[in-house]
Design a protein around this ligand. Sequence first.
Ligand SMILES: Cc1cc2nc3c(=O)[nH]c(=O)nc-3n(C[C@H](O)[C@H](O)[C@H](O)COP(=O)(O)O)c2cc1C
Length: 335
Amino acid sequence: MRFNLYWITIKYINEEGEFALKLPQLRIDRLLPRYPIVQGGMAVRVSTAPLAAAVASAGGIGVIGATGMGTDELRAEIKQARRLSSGIIGVNIMFAVRNFATLARTAMEEKIDVIFTGAGFSRDIFGWGKETGTPIVTIVSSGKLAAIAEKCGAAAVVAEGTEAGGHLGTQRSISDIMMEIRKAVKIPVIAAGGIIDGFGVARMLKMGADGVQMATRFVLSKECSVAESFKQMYLRAMPGDVVLVESPVGMQGRALRNTFVEKLLGGCQPEPERCEKCLKECSKKYCIIQALENSRTGRVEDGLVFCGQNVFKVKEILSVREIFRRILAEVDSVT
Ligand SMILES: Cc1cc2nc3c(=O)[nH]c(=O)nc-3n(C[C@H](O)[C@H](O)[C@H](O)COP(=O)(O)O)c2cc1C
């Protein structure tokens, strides 16, 4: 088992002065972010260029959620993120979408720094990554899949526990799978699921993670472009509002209880109005893309509001810069 071999001392400055902080150096192939913090990709335009660019500029890895986009839109998003930041920009593509290969190829043509992929497993993408020099990071929930990803050529894995938002690959907690995955591979392991502050980050680093991936915390940022009512639902959330729902993808998803979810749990969800056959496999019980698009654009009662398990603990909308500042100060206070 390899335990963060490379720790570096980082100087960071805030209003109270200059601090020295010891953090592991996250290395994804040739990429060396200043801080080992990845913003999780969020489908159907929840994480777009402004958020990804802000995270990249703050010293993390900013990720555009490509799922639900067409190739022209993805190209435009990558170009915009590049205009806004010279930091590290990645894209996240769910294997479950029919245009997975064309989205991956497009991102590689645009010379994206890194591709994150989950919700199914693509072996082909490692070959394309090798051809174009694009590191591939696979999202996994077990040591077994992590080892397969490493053998196929993954540059790192994201270990995603059941506390995560969006589609879930496991019912096991991040603490549970973290040790198993850490033992199974030598490549960097990035912990995800339920991490909303620096205390959570520090806990994962102590468990051997080389970095963390956070999504829910970044939805409540000024730079995240979802509708204000989407953010307000997050801010109002109580622990009992966070529920698991069946997704037509064939996986469970974590979302906030609302009118749409009540209908879904009662078996009377709206049938798809039209179908663009966007998923490789779809139960067609409802249109997941439409449900996510409704909530993102402000029709929050008519759609799915995906979120992580700890959403109710985040009580402020902050700039990405301030989120980073607080995380670093919190890590510093416990290390
Ligand atoms: C609104 C939302 C959309 C998401 N969409 C995706 C996605 O498209 N692809 C993916 O791999 N993960 C997706 N996720 C999971 C995140 O990238 C991340 O790994 C996870 O939410 C981490 O847990 P946290 O939200 O508690 O920080 C999504 C999460 C949220 C909250």
